[in-house]
Ligand binder design. Sequence first.
Ligand code: NI
Length: 148
Amino acid sequence: MQKNNVDTEIMVYLTRKERFNAAHKLWVEEWSEEKNKALFGKCSNKNWHGHNYDLYITVKGTPDPTTGFIMNVKDLSKIIKEFVIDKLDHSNLNLDVEFIPKGTQPTTENLVILIWQQIAPHIQKHNAILHCVKLYETENIYAEYFGE
Ligand code: NI
């Protein structure tokens, strides 16, 4: 293992960005239309609406002395594509996605937790550690999850 100048293990953070587009609706069945609209605004639109999501997956580790990699970014990209993007892209997040339990509000906050659970075990197999799942729902708002 490489050491840094305070004699602890060197830790480097590597981020891969991916995109997907999906539809959703934020709605509480027991509430009136007015109450749903008041809380969820445009995200409560009855006939759905879409977002262009930007997803940032950060892994951490010590660069391998031979390859200089924490993990092969091609493998990272493949994991994100297979277990997240292929399942979410052009989907309806309320109805279509098997890893989003029925009745789960498809908010950015809930999505980062579910995406973490989808990819963490696969990243571990490549000797890297998942550090952060960051998801932008619009350019002005994002949620982050660190596995806590
Ligand atoms: Ni929305």
